[in-house]
Design a protein around this ligand. Structure first.
Ligand SMILES: [Zn+2]
Length: 460
């Protein structure tokens, strides 16, 4: 896929750069930042543009943060948005998850592209796409095409997909979880990855742990030979390791948690869906999970794809739970104990930056704004009505608690502008053709309407 919107270099001039120190604290540094190719090559108080072709972006009164990293997501679900506002897990599975079985490969392409557009718009630059819509090799290829076209950085995790055999009078599932073509395709993809200038890498997602041990172990051994960076399972067969992300991890025993930590694996909490759908208390800010947690959106069919929203939600939820656990009067009238706030805005900012990068095994390349790292960056308007005053006092608090998606002015992924001056850049939907968001949105709505009819006729 062509990357024709790449400029040879981009100079971000005069912004306040949010930089992590070795302890994970963030301070704002006013400086210029130079991107050459896919990397941040220089951060300095004054940088001259290296050539006439350099794109210069005035960043005075702007914040520059790392792009955010979403470690658990089902990108295909765009056409299902709005259907699950009042659903728990048991209601979502047949009306959401399983309706993926009605998607055509083209529906998957537009689902992925729409999801990526929503992510980029909100300042997310990397997703772990847990793609449980692998109905055929064509579905898989079009899902990857959608990610490539979007400009987003992604781990495409191929998932053996649970499908409905029949829908009425009750949903009956197909017996076969891993079709014959699955492993050959996995091997084939492993040879082609990474794709799109290194942006798209391959992973394996799995939740079929009800299967016999031999089947699970064989799948993983095959996968480990051929793939790997982000694997997404709940493994109990000595398969746990640093390249594993365990989704949700709610209801873990102390023993489970210790094993995850010892193995160097990470977890992905998805606060909105966990709180809504009855998956249990999100664990990412609990002491046992300190340093091994990251955040994901999970189902953007049910909630906004903004990681800032997820960070904000879990921060305030966790603060409330600590007060409740200590049984302190919320207005402090009857309390003898004053409980200082333990969960800080910095903690959740780090969940979606440095910890997200570590979870996908790219802690030395993503999640921070440092020379030598990949150029995945967000430029924020620091003088919008919402951000003004907060951004000048505490940039991290401003982003986590005062920002909206409107304040995400510019998003750069792999050294390429993907959103600029508040607008998404056109997408290369194939080698010859670019489409702007307005056109893509019409394609997505046409696909949604077709799927709506199919869903009504098949399982409504
Ligand atoms: Zn999920």
């Amino acid at each position: 896929m062509l990357e024709s919107s790449r400029s040879t270099s981009i100079l971000l001039r005069g912004g306040v750069i949010l930089q992590h120190d070795s302890g994970g604290s963030v301070t704002g540094l006013k400086a210029d930042l130079l991107i050459s190719g896919d990397r941040i090559t220089q951060i300095h108080p004054k940088i001259s543009p290296p050539g006439d072709e350099t794109t210069i972006i005035n960043c005075h009164d702007k914040l520059i943060s790392p792009g955010f990293i979403d470690t658990h997501r089902h990108m295909w679900q765009t056409q299902l948005k709005g259907r699950h506002g009042n659903h728990n897990l048991a209601e979502y599975i047949p009306t959401g998850h399983l309706t993926g079985g009605l998607y055509s490969p083209e529906d998957v392409f537009f689902g992925e592209l729409g999801a990526a557009a929503e992510s980029i718009d909100a300042g997310t630059t990397t997703v772990v796409d847990y793609s449980h819509v692998a109905l055929s090799p064509s579905h898989v290829h079009r899902a990857i095409d959608g990610l490539v076209a979007s400009g987003l950085r992604a781990f495409f995790c191929l998932v053996p997909t649970i499908q409905a055999e029949s829908w009425k009078p009750v949903v009956k599932l197909k017996d076969t979880l891993i079709p014959d073509w699955f492993l050959p395709l996995l091997g084939n993809l492993a040879e082609q990855m990474p794709m799109a200038d290194g942006r798209i890498k391959l992973g394996l997602g799995f939740d079929g742990f009800h299967l016999p041990r031999e089947e699970v172990v064989s799948l993983y051994q095959q996968a480990k030979k051929q793939v790997f960076d982000a694997i997404n399972p709940l493994a109990d067969y000595d398969l746990l390791g640093p390249n594993v992300i365990i989704s949700h991890a709610t209801g873990m025993t102390d023993y489970d948690t210790a094993r995850i930590r010892a193995a160097g694996a990470f977890i992905s909490s998805t606060p909105s869906t966990e709180l809504q759908m009855g998956l249990g208390e999100p664990v990412c800010l609990k002491e046992d999970f300190y340093g091994i947690s990251s955040l994901g959106v999970d189902c953007h069919s049910a909630v906004s794809a903004s990681l800032v929203n997820e960070a904000r939600l879990i921060l305030q939820h966790s603060r409330a739970m600590r007060v409740q656990e200590k049984d302190i009067d919320p207005v402090m009238q009857n309390s003898k104990e004053f409980l200082p706030i333990m969960d800080l805005v910095m903690d959740v900012f780090n969940l979606i930056t440095i910890s997200g990068a570590q979870a996908i095994g790219m802690g030395d390349q993503l999640g921070q704004v440092q020379e030598g790292m990949l150029a995945d960056l967000v430029v924020w308007d620091a003088t919008s009505p919402g951000m003004l005053a907060a951004a000048q006092h505490d940039p991290v608090a401003a982003i986590i608690l005062h920002s909206s998606i409107r304040d995400v002015e510019t998003v750069i992924v792999n050294g390429v502008l993907r959103k600029h001056e508040g607008k998404l850049m056109p997408f290369h939907v194939n080698r010859e053709e670019q489409k702007d968001w307005k056109t893509v949105s019409k394609d997505i709505l046409a696909s949604r309407e077709k799927l709506e009819r199919l869903i009504q006729n098949t399982c409504g």
